[in-house]
Design a protein. Sequence first.
Length: 104
Amino acid sequence: MNVCRPLNAEALVIAFAEKIYWSDTERERIQQSTLDGSRVENVISRGLGSVDFLAVDSTGRKLYWTDDQRKCIEVSELDGTSRKVLVWSNLDSPRAIALHYNPG
């Protein structure tokens, strides 16, 4: 599959609804597309450093990522709106996150 030829794909996650999300650290953006590579869209295209990890909350419809260069953990809606920094202090090299689902 050739998805927009990312220059340096660092993080990749396949989510519900047959979507794939990835970070391109060379172009400093997070993108999404359908699994067949059609409909490539920018989710976040500014204000990123080095996104090393992505996580998708399919229930809450949120996208989480770690940014090693900016030393923070951020979240947005799956379409990139409502972006905010969750954690920005006392992080040396944030590399991964795990989502804990609370049933009920």
